[in-house]
Design a protein around this ligand. Structure first.
Ligand SMILES: Cc1ncc(COP(=O)(O)O)c(C=O)c1O
Length: 396
């Protein structure tokens, strides 16, 4: 199979020694991260404190713009933070729950960290409505739409479900939310970099995600998109001096919010993480997500068929259009099998209630996918995973 994207393999050192099928958790490190981190250290070493004025201070916005071009955000509508949990908390700090519009609607397949944050709002008067999934894979769209009513304030949802790869219809949910005056907070962590995303066309109010996974950007570079129409209306109470209209005036007393997206900033940013993230963004932007998606659809079909031929049960939506690059295999003793795969340098992970998660990314060859499936079959047949049975789940 002719696959131009495989030329990118040489940019990812770990691919020389590992079968890397875990980009839904931590994307492989681009070689250019070394030079980015060197550039960070050189700047600090040679420019010292002047580095702030020469780019560091602006970096949460300049890098936000770079990321924004991947998710369809207008320049000046994305800021960088440490992670999704911080971004969600910052969004929530803009709202009160003591009025009649105090309902939060979310699905039980959201990422747990996001649930913890919304559930905690009950103490502030929020009514939290969780929409259950029937199969643990998909969220029933009709149920989501029904649950969103005139009392709903916020709808936090995952574009792609972390346990199954299921792609939710963000646009339909946003349409419904807007009909009744509710706002949507889209978690794009499992989609950005592998499934096309367009926050402007979908008209979502907020979006957030991180760089660890499909963007190959490493930890510490979360992003927050706020629709430009909302900037002037919102006053986050989770705030800091970077959100001030004149931070270097060091004014005392209450904050005067910046008029633009910088009002959604906080304190001093994690500059090294922002340098590291640039390398992955450059590659993903150069390739374009539609090209990555096209390959994922082909390899998804390959994995599905090869899994069935080997008697392994996929536990993701069967319709390729409904699932991301990630696939789940529900094999007996999945956690122990995943441990044995990792011991053999085939990097996957396991999630309780789901199964073994494995993902091709643009740098994955067909041979690697077949090698992984053959290995699972062989491990199960030989009982090679039994040695790991007492060790419990695979944490990472
Ligand atoms: C959908 C989704 N949201 C959020 C997170 C993580 O959030 P945070 O950046 O706060 O660690 C993950 C995975 O780690 C995820 O899969």
């Amino acid at each position: 199979m002719d696959d131009d994207l495989l030329a990118w393999r040489r940019e990812f050192p770990i691919l020389e020694r590992s079968t890397y099928l875990v980009s839904h958790s931590l994307g492989a490190m681009p070689r250019a991260v070394w030079s980015e981190l060197q550039a960070y250290a050189d700047t600090w070493a040679t420019r010292g404190v002047r580095a702030w004025a020469e780019g560091w201070w602006q970096m949460p916005v300049t890098l936000g713009n770079r990321l924004g071009s991947i998710i369809g955000a207008a320049p000046g509508s994305v800021v960088m933070h440490q992670n999704v949990s911080v971004c969600q908390s910052l969004v929530l700090s803009c709202f009160d729950f003591d009025g009649p519009r105090n309902k939060i609607v979310y699905e039980d397949l959201n990422f747990p960290s996001v649930m913890y944050i919304y559930e905690a709002q009950r103490a502030r008067g929020a009514r939290v409505h969780m929409v259950p999934s029937e199969d643990g894979m998909r969220v029933p769209l009709e149920r989501m739409l029904e649950a969103i009513d005139e009392r709903t304030l916020l709808v936090p949802l995952s574009h792609v479900i972390f346990k199954s790869g299921y792609i939710q219809d963000v646009q339909a949910i946003t349409r419904r939310a807007h009909q009744v005056g509710a706002l949507v907070v889209a978690d794009l962590y499992q989609s950005t970099g592998n499934v096309p995303v367009d926050v402007s066309a979908w008209d979502v109010d907020f979006a957030t995600g991180g760089s660890v996974k499909w963007l190959c950007g490493g930890p510490g570079a979360g992003y927050l998109y706020v629709a430009p129409r909302l900037h002037a209306k919102l006053e986050p109470r989770m705030t800091g001096w970077m959100a001030h209209a004149h931070p270097f005036a060091f004014e005392t007393g209450p904050i005067e919010y910046a008029p633009d997206v910088t009002r959604f900033l906080h304190g001093s940013p994690a500059i090294p993480a922002l340098y590291a993230a640039r390398a992955g963004y450059e590659i993903i932007s150069k390739l374009g997500v539609p090209r990555i998606r096209e390959k994922a659809l082909r390899q998804g079909r390959l994995v599905w068929q090869a899994a069935e031929e080997r008697g392994l049960e996929p536990r993701s939506p069967s319709n390729p259009a409904e699932r991301s690059s990630m696939m789940i295999l529900d094999v007996p003793d999945g956690a122990a099998v995943a441990r044995e795969l990792i011991r053999r340098e085939i990097l996957v992970d396991h999630r309780p209630g789901a199964g073994i998660r494995l993902s091709p990314h643009f740098y994955t060859s067909d041979e690697e996918l077949l090698h992984c499936l053959d290995s699972i079959r062989e491990i199960l047949d030989a009982g090679a995973h039994r040695a790991h049975m007492k060790a419990g789940g695979v944490g990472f």
